[in-house]
Ligand binder design. Structure first.
Ligand code: MG
Length: 387
C-alpha cells in the first residue's frame, strides 16, 4: 500500500465560551482506497504566523507520497529533515510547534490507515489495550476580571449537571484573584469538585511559585504544573523537594526529557500527541516509565480525531499517573466526525473501531470550512486568551 495524496481542509469551530479555534483536517489517501484521518489542532496560538496551507500540503506530499503508511519510523526520520523543531530538537515550553503538530497529523493518519487495513484499533499497534477509559479533567481559565468569577462558577454548575466534576485551573496572572476564586469555588461546591492541578504556565520564578503554593494549598489539589521558567529544571527540583503536591511539566523533546530526569525536576511528564505524533510520544512515555516518572496526557484541545489519538495512546499505556487533559469534544460546539468520541462523566471512552475509530462527516467538514487567518474574532491561545 502506498500513500497517494494528501488533502488539508482548514476549518473553524467555536468553544462553548464563544471564542473560535482554527484547525487543519488532514486526509491521507492511499492507492488501495483507504483514507486515514489526522488533525492539526487549535492553531490560533500561531495567529502571527499561520502556515500557508498549499505550502504545507506540498511539503507533506514531498515526504510521504509513495511511502507505505506502516513504515512510520522511516517516515519520521525523513520528516525530521524538513521539520527540525520536533522531538529530536524542540522547545520545552510551549510543548508544541507548527512543525510538531504537522508531524502529528501525518503520524495519526498513518495509524488510522494501519488500523483500517487490518480491522484493528490503533492501540493494537501501540502495545494493546490496558484500559477502557481515560480519566480526564476540564480546564478553568484564569480569573482576570470581576465578571470572570461568576462566569467560571457558572460553568462548573453546568458541568456538574453533566457529570463532570474534575477540573484544572490556570493560575498566575494575579494570585490574589486566584485565591479569591478558589475560595469561592470551595465555598460553593465543597468536595463535589475535585481539583487535579494548578497550572503556573512557566511564568514565575520558582520561589514566587512556592509562595503562591503556600497560600493556595488550603484549597486542595494534587499537582502543580510548569512551576518555574521553561528550562529552569533546577528550580523545579527545588520546589519538588519542598511541597506535597506532584510537580508536572510538559515533555516534548528527547533532550528536554533527559534534562528533567537528570535534574530530578518532576514527578510527572505531561505528554501529548501534538509533540510529533504517537511514535515520538511513545518514546517519551518509555523514558518516563524507565525513570520512575509518572505520566499524564496533555492537550491543546483537539476535535474528536485528535482526542481519539490521545485515547489510543492512553489505552496502551501501562500506567497513567494522574488525570489527563484532553476534553476538546466537550469544549467545542462543532466537530467533523459522524459520531463524536464519547465521554462518560470524567472519562473518555476508548474507541474500539478500526484505526482511530472515527468516521469523517464530509458535510460537516464543508460547512465548517473557513480561512485560517482570522483577526477580528476572539480566539483562545497565547496572547489571545479571551472569554
Ligand atoms: Mg500546561
Amino acid at each position: 500500500m502506498k500513500i497517494s495524496r494528501i488533502t488539508l481542509t482548514p476549518i473553524q469551530t467555536h468553544r462553548r465560551t464563544g471564542s473560535i479555534s482554527s484547525h487543519l483536517i488532514l486526509q491521507m489517501h492511499t492507492d488501495e482506497g483507504l483514507t486515514g484521518l489526522g488533525e492539526i489542532s487549535d492553531l490560533d496560538c500561531y495567529r502571527m504566523y499561520m502556515p500557508d496551507i498549499d505550502a504545507v500540503r506540498t511539503g507533506i506530499e514531498r515526504v510521504v507520497l509513495g511511502r507505505d503508511p506502516f513504515a512510520i519510523e522511516a517516515m519520521h526520520a525523513e520528516l525530521s529533515k524538513y521539520l527540525h523543531n520536533y522531538f529530536a530538537s524542540a522547545p520545552s515550553y510551549p510543548p508544541f510547534t507548527p512543525g510538531s503538530q504537522i508531524a502529528a497529523g501525518i503520524d495519526m493518519a498513518c495509524f488510522d490507515i494501519m488500523g483500517k487495513a487490518v480491522g484493528r484499533p490503533a492501540y493494537d499497534f501501540l502495545g494493546g489495550k490496558t484500559r477502557d477509559h481515560i480519566e480526564v479533567c476540564y480546564p478553568l481559565f484564569q480569573v482576570k476580571a470581576e465578571g470572570d468569577y461568576d462566569r467560571n462558577l457558572g460553568y462548573i454548575d453546568d458541568l456538574l449537571a453533566q457529570g463532570i466534576s474534575r477540573f484544572r485551573y490556570y493560575v498566575g496572572v494575579d494570585f490574589a484573584k486566584d485565591e479569591k476564586f478558589l475560595a469561592a469555588l470551595r465555598d460553593r461546591f465543597g468536595d463535589r469538585v475535585a481539583l487535579k492541578a494548578l497550572d503556573f504556565q512557566a511564568r514565575h520564578y520558582w520561589k514566587d511559585t512556592l509562595r503562591a503554593y503556600d497560600r493556595l494549598k488550603q484549597f486542595g489539589f494534587e499537582v502543580i504544573e510548569s512551576p518555574s521558567w521553561r528550562e529552569d529544571f533546577e528550580g523545579m527540583a527545588q520546589i519538588r523537594r519542598r511541597i506535597e503536591a506532584d510537580v508536572s511539566e510538559h515533555a516534548s523533546s528527547a533532550a528536554q526529557a533527559m534534562a528533567m530526569i537528570r535534574a530530578g525536576a518532576v514527578d510527572i511528564f505531561n505528554v501529548t500527541v501534538n509533540s510529533g505524533g504517537l511514535v515520538p510520544v511513545r518514546k517519551l512515555v518509555a523514558l518516563a516509565e524507565l525513570s520512575g516518572i509518572k505520566t499524564l496526557i496533555g492537550t491543546t484541545q483537539e476535535l474528536s480525531i485528535g482526542t481519539a489519538a490521545h485515547a489510543h495512546l492512553g489505552a496502551s499505556m501501562a500506567e497513567l499517573g494522574a488525570a489527563s487533559d484532553p476534553v476538546g469534544p466537550l469544549l467545542y460546539a462543532e466537530d467533523v466526525v459522524k459520531e463524536r468520541i464519547r465521554f462518560d462523566g470524567n472519562r473518555i471512552v476508548v474507541p474500539d473501531g478500526p484505526g482511530l475509530g472515527m468516521e469523517l462527516d464530509e458535510d460537516a467538514l464543508e460547512s465548517l470550512r473557513a480561512p485560517l487567518v482570522e483577526w477580528d474574532r476572539a480566539a483562545h491561545g497565547a496572547g489571545y486568551v479571551s472569554d
